[in-house]
Design a protein around this ligand. Structure first.
Ligand code: ADP
Length: 224
């Protein structure tokens, strides 16, 4: 479902390779933790797979589509359709309500308001937040904000969810609840998830770990 082949990336001339022939693949429906020491290239890899930045060489294939070497416009179009993002600090828009935030990917696709609202409300219901649909982020707890962000990541029915330390700003109990939710959505909806985490306890929710060291991917480990 996701194939990453020999990705090479450095951030400037004379700088060493941040990614050094990084390669791995994920089958459809996998829930993978991307782990490794700080500075090993995890965020860089996530940015490339998320079509937010370009590699120097190598290949990325999502759902049979070769998505490396696209123009910025093509990358934005595909990103909106193929990928949902969940961030450590939620990245919700403060002036929008929960449902309006959850509906944003559909807004960018030009979907009309009624359909946007009904699909966003259905997704908020799915993450257990139907009673908070008209609240703004400041009226929500950290765990609730991350649920809105997860609803936003899923509302457009993407093939792949990329999560960057999704529990990093949450207390332990809330973090575990968010992981439970992600695992449930992974199982029920069959969406493939790639999640950067430093936290071994959170990585245990995943079915495999991709371990990075010095820009290289270590052999794949199945953990569950
Ligand atoms: P991780 O997410 O595993 O902590 P990163 O991908 O953030 O690793 O960083 C890998 C290396 O690339 C680090 O040495 C970091 O300093 C460097 N790096 C990351 N982003 C940039 C950038 N925009 N410009 C220059 N160097 C960068």
């Amino acid at each position: 479902m996701l194939v990453v082949k020999a990705l090479q990336k450095s951030y400037g001339q004379g700088q060493g390779a941040v990614l050094d022939r990084a390669s791995f693949h994920l089958p459809r429906g996998a829930f993978a933790a991307l782990v490794g020491p700080s500075g090993s290239g995890k965020s860089t890899l996530l940015n490339l797979v998320g079509l937010l930045d370009g590699a120097d060489s190598g290949e990325i294939v999502i759902d049979g589509m070769r998505v490396s070497s696209l123009s910025p416009t093509e990358a934005a179009w595909l990103r909106n359709r193929l990928i949902g993002f969940v961030f450590q600090s939620f990245h919700l828009l403060s002036r929008l309500t929960a449902w309006e935030n959850a509906a944003l990917p559909l807004f960018h696709r030009g979907v009309g308001r009624d359909e946007r609202k009904s699909r966003a409300l259905a997704m908020l219901d799915r993450v257990g937040l139907s009673d908070r649909a008209c609240h703004r982020p400041e009226q929500l707890s950290g765990g609730q904000r991350q649920r809105v962000a997860i609803a936003r990541a899923l509302v457009g029915e993407p093939r792949l969810i990329l999560a960057d330390e999704p529990t990093g700003n949450l207390d332990r109990a809330t973090g575990l609840q968010v992981m439970d939710l992600l695992r449930e959505l992974n199982r029920d909806l069959g969406v493939t998830i790639l999640m950067v985490t430093h936290d071994r306890d959170m990585a245990r929710f995943c079915d495999r770990a991709i371990e990075m060291r010095d820009g290289r991917v270590q052999p794949l480990v199945e953990v569950g």
